[in-house]
Design a protein around this ligand. Sequence first.
Ligand code: GLU
Ligand code: ZN
Length: 507
Amino acid sequence: MASAPSPRPSTSLAPGVPPRVRFCPSPTGNPHVGLVRTALFNWAFARHHQGSGAQFVFRIEDTDAARDSEESYQQLLDAMRWLGFDWDEGPEVGGPHAPYRQSQRMDIYADVAAKLLGAGHAYHCYCSQEELDSRREAARAAGRPSGYDGHCRDLTEEQVAQFKAQGRTPIVRFRMPDETITFTDLVRGELTFTPENVPDYGIVRANGAPLYTLVNPVDDALMEITHVLRGEDLLSSTPRQIALYQALIELGVAKQIPAFGHLPYVMGEGNKKLSKRDPQASLNLYRERGFLPEGLLNYLSLLGWSLSADQDIFTIQEMVAAFDVSDVNPNPARFDLKKCEAINADHIRMLEVKDFTERCAPWLKAPFAPWAPEDFDEAKWQAIAPHAQTRLKVLSEITENVDFLFLAQPVEDEASWTKAMKEGSDALLATARERLASADWTSPESLKEAVLAAGEAHGLKLGKAQAPVRVAVTGRTVGLPLFESLEILGREKTLARIDAALAKLAA
Ligand code: GLU
Ligand code: ZN
């Protein structure tokens, strides 16, 4: 697959060093679609370069005890498996850099923090929050950069003794070198950060807990990650991390600085960034609605990437074969639910019928299905399934499309009833009943002819004649092809439902 020439440099894989990428979510809340897109691009990158020994590392960044939960951790693992992202190293799989949960690696971080302090790359900062805030305000008012001002960079022994005597406990701050940092982003090209915009930053809390700013690059270094592909929201941490890497290399902790690629923002409704708290962003919602992992991944891959200008629908194998991070578009991508559904519908149609019927199973029973388990009829289901497969956007729609087969009575939907039952509908239904009663029930054509003839007898086209029959039998104005539906429901039930509708109209 030829891709358009890119102005950005492509990933240059050092010969002999297999690329290693990672997906390292924090287990807070439900997995969301932005996170899935990040996992997808990393996984696709690794699988694209599988031939050269590329590896995909899955790491859990659970150092924030106040926000992380075991439930969320389990959901992440479950989501990864549902999406089909296998990992070469990580939780439950293990690997040479185990453990892969940061909460189990605390002594590693304490050791690295001590080394950074020892070498002068980090220092203790005793400033209280109030002091930081008031100095920030003053800097703002004076039009100076408002980040940390380096107050504790070079404290004397007396000052330290005084702070300790006051009972202050310090945080650990990384000392940013006083120089401009430039790197070539795999997606955005060359980026430059000047020192006044990247102040010294905290790496360990006053209570000794290491922060994301430390544990994330330390683990990327120790796990020998070569390419960091992550969301644009993390771009501001990259110059800090590059400086930290330089210190880690000096200390013998890191071997190299990875390449970075920042994936575009995902925008939601009203051109606002899709927030992970936005219900529309929750992966569980898509699973419950019956998106296929294939369909969802196809759509999410289009948030910043494309296979070609004229092909929106493709398999994950096609994506993997073509994926190159230098083709990722840096502009924000808009999440378009309609398009996501349309692509999912295509993937539903692409399934083998047998596969389709199996994947519908959860929506054919409680709590989704309103019928009793013993009223479900496997033969009827197998007969109707191919007709449903071509019409669903998401699998959960199957329930309402086939409920007329398994409920004793069609659903009562007043809106549909009023819409379909017009003056003369009773006469039409009576004729249709008569014709259907003497039709050949082994083919939908014969049933269609029956309704067509009934319509003609009352001066109605097929479409108009069909509507009252459909509502009488299925309860709804829209649904699967009518004559196939009638045939599968059977003569006896169809006629009985038309009789019931006639009685209701007469009442
Ligand atoms: N744990 C971080 C997050 O969830 C990972 C950031 C990164 O990929 O470097 O945002
Ligand atoms: Zn300070």
